[in-house]
Write a protein that binds this ligand. Structure first.
Ligand code: HEM
Length: 125
């Protein structure tokens, strides 16, 4: 099975674009009436974890699992009510954020598909 996102980190070659992507994403979550209440008031841990997860998932350093153990993403999302509207809102914010980081432009289609499938997999209501 070819995993098209597993080599993205090698192409991007640095962590800054990941931090930028996640900052842009959470700036949108801050103003999202549906999603904002799901997150804690202080978003710094959520930002850090998503950044490290994406670096690891795309072939970069494994700090995420070194700190957090196995991702268990479905389990970690179970405490939050995620239906189709929440999934769509998450995707909307991430799609916009992705557009703002030029380093990801060559990988946009692969990342979009990964995010869309993953977000659908996390629906729990
Ligand atoms: C489908 C809509 C989604 C919603 C509503 C959602 C919501 C959340 C919430 C509320 C948290 C907890 C934040 C905190 O307590 O600090 C979280 C954590 C996280 N989410 Fe999502 N999420 C969604 C989709 C995704 C997707 C698609 C990914 C990955 C591509 C993802 C990756 C993560 C990661 C890495 C964490 C941190 C897990 C940890 O504790 O280590 N989420 N999410």
């Amino acid at each position: 099975m070819i995993d098209p996102i597993a080599t993205i980190y090698r192409h991007v070659g640095q962590t800054e674009p990941y931090y930028k992507l996640v900052d842009e994403f959470y700036a949108r979550v801050e103003n999202d009436k549906l999603l904002r209440p799901l997150y804690p008031e202080d978003l710094s841990d959520a930002k850090r974890h998503l950044t490290l997860f994406l670096i690891q998932r795309t072939g970069g350093q494994t700090t995420y699992s070194d700190e957090r153990g196995h991702p268990r993403m479905r389990g970690r999302h179970m405490p939050f009510r995620i239906g189709v509207p929440e999934r769509d809102a998450w995707m909307h914010n991430m799609t916009e954020a992705l557009e703002t980081v030029p380093e990801f432009a060559p990988h946009k289609d692969d990342l979009f598909k990964f995010f869309a499938d993953f977000a659908t997999f996390l629906i729990n209501q």
